[in-house]
Design a protein around this ligand. Structure first.
Ligand code: SME
Length: 159
């Protein structure tokens, strides 16, 4: 896990989200800060944020993020975010141009990492989406680290 001045990224994330009050407003509040923390500390990324499942559907809608304006609606049947949501697996793409189904919100995006977030009953409540302008930016270790972050956020904000 990435080490920061004030401890690991995971412990800083825990400090940001541990006191969720159960409201949708504060879930968004904590996810906004989570995206800011990730953006501040991940190197060579151009977009970090969340797409959240519209309850009772298989559609994702844009949530808190850092980066350029992005597409607002993604079906579970489309794109890398949709792939992660429908398979319930994280997806690490070294070169998005090799993925015909990739949704290009920003033409600068070259590689991407998408991690699902889960409710206690293992429904996908959203995804964490991270994009880079560098081909092959994300390693297996990055994937494991971001899976740990997503698990923490799921546990703290969807109880
Ligand atoms: N890359 C995503 C679309 C969202 S943007 O990257 C912010 C996808 O193909 O699902």
């Amino acid at each position: 896990m990435i080490e920061l001045g004030g401890g690991s990224l995971l412990s800083q994330m825990e400090a940001l989200v541990h006191d969720w009050d159960g409201s949708t407003e504060r879930r968004y509040c904590h996810l906004a800060n989570a995206s800011a923390l990730l953006c501040e500390h991940l190197e060579r990324v151009i977009w970090v944020g969340f797409y959240l499942t519209v309850p009772g559907t298989e559609r994702l809608v844009l949530g808190p993020f850092q980066g350029k304006v992005a597409c607002t609606d993604i079906s579970f049947t489309r794109g890398v975010c949709g792939l992660a949501a429908r398979t319930k697996q994280s997806v690490r793409i070294a070169d998005v141009h090799q993925i015909p189904d990739h949704i290009a919100c920003d033409s600068a995006s070259q590689s991407e990492l998408v991690i699902p977030l889960f409710s206690p009953s293992h429904d996908v409540v959203g995804v964490l989406d991270i994009d880079s302008a560098e081909v092959g930016r994300f390693t297996e270790e990055d994937q494991r680290d971001m899976e740990a972050v997503a698990a923490l956020l799921s546990h703290r904000l969807w109880t």
